[in-house]
Structure formats: C-alpha cells, structure tokens
Design a protein around this ligand. Structure first.
Ligand SMILES: [Zn+2]
Length: 82
C-alpha cells in the first residue's frame, strides 16, 4: 500500500503546517495527533483513529471539512515515537 508521510511539526509550533502532524493530549489523557489537510489546510484530529508504534494511521484519513474531498489511506506520522 502506498504511504503518505507526514512530518512532525516543530515543538514550538502550536499548529502543524501542511504536510505535518502534531501530538495532542486529550482531556482523558489519551495521546493522539492532529494533522493539516494538504488540500484545504483544515486541521484533522485523529482521536477516532489508531496510530501504530511506527506511526501508521488506520483507518484512512478523511478531511473533516464537508466541501473538501481529501481522503488518504496509508498515512504515516514520521517520528511518532521519537
Ligand atoms: Zn481538506
């Protein structure tokens, strides 16, 4: 399966740039990530996704914006456990 790598946003950036992800701690202390849609710039929260140790995200990522058709399988968060 083709992979789409997202790079880790710099620690001092509050929001990821296009093609980047950022770690997020939820109110219940679970760890997830947000990433920026490469097509529309909308922020997608991955709290309803599984993120494997290697950074692979399942299921596929769909942009939360209704008028954006971004839909990608094989998303990988580079450096997820670093
Ligand atoms: Zn989008």
């Amino acid at each position: 399966m083709a992979q789409k790598r997202f790079d880790r946003a710099p620690n001092d950036e509050k929001w990821p740039a296009c093609g980047q992800w950022k770690r997020v701690k939820m109110f219940d202390d679970t760890i997830t990530a947000r990433l920026k849609c490469p097509e529309c710039g909308c922020i997608a929260l991955l709290n309803d996704h599984e993120i494997a140790a290697g950074g692979a995200v399942t299921p596929s990522v769909v942009c939360p914006r209704p008028d954006c058709d971004y839909h990608e399988s094989g998303v990988v968060l580079a450096g997820w456990l670093d």
